[in-house]
Write a protein that binds this ligand. Sequence first.
Ligand SMILES: *Cc1c(COP(=O)(O)O)cnc(C)c1O
Length: 360
Amino acid sequence: MTRPVRALINTAALRHNLQRAKQAAPGCKVMAVVKANGYGHGLVRVARALQGADAFGVARLGEGIELRDAGFDQPVVLLSGVERAADLAEARGRALDLVVHSEHQLAMLESAPAGPRVRAWLKLDSGMHRLGFPMPSAAACHHRLVSASQAVASVMLITHLADADNPGNARVARQIDAFGDATAGIDAERSVANSGGVLGWPASHADWLRPGIMLYGISPFDIGDGADQGLKPVMTLETRLIAVNRVSKGGRIGYGGTYTCAGDMRVGVAAAGYGDGYPRHAPSGTPVLVDGVRCTLAGRVSMDMITIDLGPLPAAKPGDRVVLWGDGLAAEEIAGCAGTIAYELLCRLPPRVDYVEVRR
Ligand SMILES: *Cc1c(COP(=O)(O)O)cnc(C)c1O
């Protein structure tokens, strides 16, 4: 069986983008963030291509276990730590690094029995107000973690930027400065920069970078795309035309008839819809590439199909390749049309999409 919708994953582009991160911050160590199934690209596939990273960052215990089961022995950091004693025991057994962001997590480590020791990343809230200890408690929390030596091997410091998608935003500089001030007397490695920090805020580089989205070739900034940042798209989502229809002037296309033909036109039907992860909110006018030529959606996105104005491509025929995003059509642009961000498009691909690894 061949499935019509395929996500081509370009592993050479992954490696290129990792180099781009290293080049932006020479001398820094890189924790490649591969949470949410490698931002939808396949956790193990991505980690294999990114062997050159110094560590991996994941969101869930299960993702860390998957990496260990696949044989990766690099540091793997659980970016929200663990909540339950049983999960702590499992994380220690698997040598997974833990973020520690709450009194509950800190107390759990302090009262943990002797056993395998893990690296702890003390998370401080420098202004995002999501996870982390208040900054005035940095030194005291650091001391408590160092003292929990029956379970903790070493302690690093970590914080997260709320506005790094906007290079001009003064809140970023305030977060970086506040974190620096609060941790000034503490002898520990530090990590601040997500992709936006890596590319836009040298002051955030510190010891460890934590790039996510840029590794997949997507710009972290709210203007422009990955190519503007010297990145290469990793995922190309493609399908085929399965029908080409003539519709007369005044004809209305698809559910709700939201698109009315201004003249006689040729309408292509491509085998991909919101059931394949294509955003249902993409309106008429959203670009798609048919046989490499930029065309546009006409009518609503269905579960298994989209309808396309083939005006720019009179020769289009069933079987033609249709690119929904990726090589030649930035996912950032499609996300913008659909009122979301490329992060969401990428990590929402459902299991019925076929993955194919390519090296170009
Ligand atoms: C997801 C995440 C990152 C990576 O962010 P990008 O914007 O994708 O680069 C870094 N740090 C933490 C704590 C994260 O949760």
